[in-house]
Design a protein around this ligand. Sequence first.
Ligand code: SF4
Ligand code: SF4
Length: 414
Amino acid sequence: MSTIESITLMLALVYSISLLYWSKQKWGAAISAGVLTAALATTLHWPLFVGLAVSLVVLPLFNKFQPALAQGGSIVGESARGRNKADDLREMIRHLLALSMLLVGVQFAINAAMLKSGVEPLLVRPDIGDAFLPIAGGIELKAIIGLGIWDQNHPAAAVMLVVVVLTGLLCKRAFCGWACPLGLAGDYLYALRKRFIKQEFAPPAWLDWILRMLKYLLMAALILLVFTMPLASIPHYLDGYYHKVADLKMAVFFLNPTAISLVCFSIILGLAAWKRQGFCRYICPYGALLGLVSFLSPFKIRRSTESCLIEGKGMKCDKCTRACPANIIVHTQTTIRSDECQACMSCISACPKNEALHFSTRWGTKMSARGLAVLLLMLLFMIPLWAYVGGFWHSETTTEVRMMLIQHLNSIGH
Ligand code: SF4
Ligand code: SF4
């Protein structure tokens, strides 16, 4: 695990534990701290201790200057103050995760450039980059389930696929709304477009539906690819040159696009700029997968008709609907089941009534933005940490092999 991965991981986990502590979940904080300490003691991996030291310096400073984000509030229900800070918390988490991914990208590029020029890389390859190999992750999962084989080249791809699906199963598409750097980039692109062209281009409902199905088609094609791959051929594939450099092939695909890929990229960028969350809504196959599994999530946005101004006071209100970036009609429903809900909680923040909207289960268990942040960060970082401890994170492909293969990248096929 590289230093930047370790620092991000420790910052996220120590911050989650501190949120648990400040929200009076002292047992939860103690158990999480114990699990973290056990992982550190087992690995004795020095960058994790650097990450711990950074956390112990940064978080008290953060607590001093941003106490509302560093502590305060409950993780099970939303106070008025907590509701106002929910958007800030989400924005902070998405920006910090995006910054970390950017640094990971730079590290990956430096590593690849040095490999290409035949020099021993000064920076190791960050394994988290494998999160961008969902097909490899799917094939690896098939190998684990069907053959009991754990891939040693990109094990993090399977780990991250499981982690992301778990987030969808537990807390809707919170991964899209709170963690995904591509979603954040799409938001910036949309905001940039709005600066120059103010007009909103809402497609008619029928076109919006057809476009939304695009991502499901892409997802189905990818899943089909994995499902139709004969089980017997998987060990050969996992041992092959293509799989060993799948990450480098992916990087080349984006950095040296063909004419067809350029047209596809332009359409994707155009959609992201044209419509808020256009990329997540229309294109992203990961978003489609999360949308599907999110139907099973016990936590959903729920509207209490007794507290809502509409039924409770007979007033007109649609602030929640107007705040929703996913264009979901919130104010007429009691439970938001939509596959587009990213659990961003903007509807809750916008609602003038404290008790009208919750992110909760059907049995009444509520989760605040803080609680969601803790759950998401724990899933995104504690599972990879234990995967690392168990030897299912770090790639065993040697630098020599990658240096040799990168010289012949164009001639390496499936
Ligand atoms: S329904 Fe609420 S939580 Fe879901 S996407 Fe819309 S604003 Fe966000
Ligand atoms: S913003 Fe709140 S009060 Fe208004 S319609 Fe939505 S849930 Fe009801």
